[in-house]
Design a protein around this ligand. Structure first.
Ligand code: IMP
Ligand code: MG
Length: 184
């Protein structure tokens, strides 16, 4: 990894920007509009997967102009410092509210192998929601191993390790307003 450099006024580990702040915001506005049309009149709950999904959630919910609830779930699928999911997913923090009969939309940062999401879907499906759909900001589609149906996708991206806008490099750089790429 190159040395941290200043990009757009933030300290960033590289200068390679995959998705600029403007492109992120424009696409999130579009996705939000689609969601508000699809869920009009329904009891919608956005379930944000911590920690990576948190910046996406806060922008997405402001782009959804219909009443909706939010809830959070934290899972871990990587070992400390690792960059591949192990396939063994642990729930670290569960939802606060019951989702039975609710229209649940999972809000994720990125789908890579799909293992994490397929596990979460299994767990949430068993709780009897009226519907269960997935909204992900990024889809690293070339890496898919577990089958997951993505209902809303912000951007399809190539198989590269990305950071920023919620996604971390060893827990850092989640604050960056763009999606950067690690190129060694
Ligand atoms: P999956 O189970 O392989 O689909 O992994 C999904 C999780 O791994 C995501 O929710 C992210 O937290 C993390 N992840 C996957 N790819 C990246 C990446 O390129 N940068 C940062 N985190 C990633
Ligand atoms: Mg995640």
């Amino acid at each position: 990894m190159s040395e941290a450099e200043i990009v757009l006024g933030y300290v960033s580990p590289s200068k390679d920007i995959l998705i600029t702040p403007d492109k992120l915001q424009a696409r999130i506005t579009e996705v939000g509009r689609q969601i508000e049309t699809d869920y009009a009149g329904k009891e919608l709950v956005l379930v944000c997967i911590l920690k990576g999904g948190v910046l996406f959630l806060t922008d997405l919910m402001r782009a959804i102009h219909i009443p909706h609830a939010i809830d959070f779930m934290a899972v871990s699928s990587y070992g400390i410092g690792a960059r591949e999911s192990t396939g063994i997913v642990r729930i670290i923090m569960d939802l606060e509210r019951d989702i039975r009969g609710k229209h649940v939309l999972i809000v994720e940062d990125i789908i890579d192998s799909g293992r994490t999401l397929s596990y979460i879907c299994e767990v949430l499906h068993a709780r009897g929601p009226a519907s269960l759909k997935i909204c992900t900001l990024l889809d690293k589609y070339e890496r898919r191993e577990a089958e997951v149906k993505l209902d809303y996708v912000g951007f399809r991206i190539p198989n590269e390790f990305v950071y920023g806008y919620g996604l971390d490099l060893d827990e850092l750089y989640r604050n960056l307003p763009f999606i950067g790429v690690v190129r060694d």
